[in-house]
Design a protein around this ligand. Structure first.
Ligand code: SME
Length: 166
């Protein structure tokens, strides 16, 4: 198992996400538990990219609610209804949402006053059912763009892989 802490802050984003993906393949070899994968992804992304908050909100009952899952950073809002805030919009539309400046996003939910920009990516299982969203917050405006959307969408596709029977 890879033991070192990955730091990809100096790489162009496509290369950074490729490194993170390879690192996750090594660290998560043989691991299929969803929470273990989410927790490890949050840790690797958070320390690899160095943003403010990195983590998952899972789709929970009653259907139409997100509940905070594995994350790194300061305490996140515990629940978010579909349609509310950036996370709720990504969940309701099942599309990636990039917010260059949270002050320009009506309804942005403030969990940490330092947050200035944000990206939220939907996470699907192997049946293409929405199971979560992945949220990353930065303390600078315009921290995220198309390369981040593509890179994070590629990373969360590991939740859509078939789980081998044990
Ligand atoms: N800002 C998010 C809420 C989650 S936290 O930032 C961790 C939103 O508007 O959905």
């Amino acid at each position: 198992m890879a033991e070192f802490t990955l730091d990809v802050r100096d790489l162009p984003r496509p290369a950074a996400y490729a490194e993170i993906d390879a690192h996750l393949d090594a660290v998560l070899d043989g691991i299929h538990d969803r929470i273990a994968v989410m927790a490890t992804m949050a840790a690797v992304l958070h320390h690899g990219l160095g943003f403010l908050w990195t983590g998952f909100y899972q789709v929970t009952e009653p259907r139409g609610r997100l509940t905070v899952g594995p994350y790194q950073g300061t305490i996140g809002c515990l629940t978010i209804e579909f349609g509310r805030g950036v996370c709720g919009q990504a969940a309701a539309t099942e599309r990636t949402v990039v917010v260059p400046d949270v002050r320009d996003f009506p309804g942005h939910i403030v969990c940490d006053a330092r947050s200035r920009s944000e990206i939220v990516v939907p996470v699907f299982d192997q049946r293409h059912a929405l199971i979560a969203v992945l949220d990353i917050d930065a303390d600078t405006a315009r921290a995220f763009g198309d390369d981040d959307a593509a890179g994070l969408e590629m990373l969360v596709r590991r939740f859509a892989r078939p789980v081998p029977r044990s």
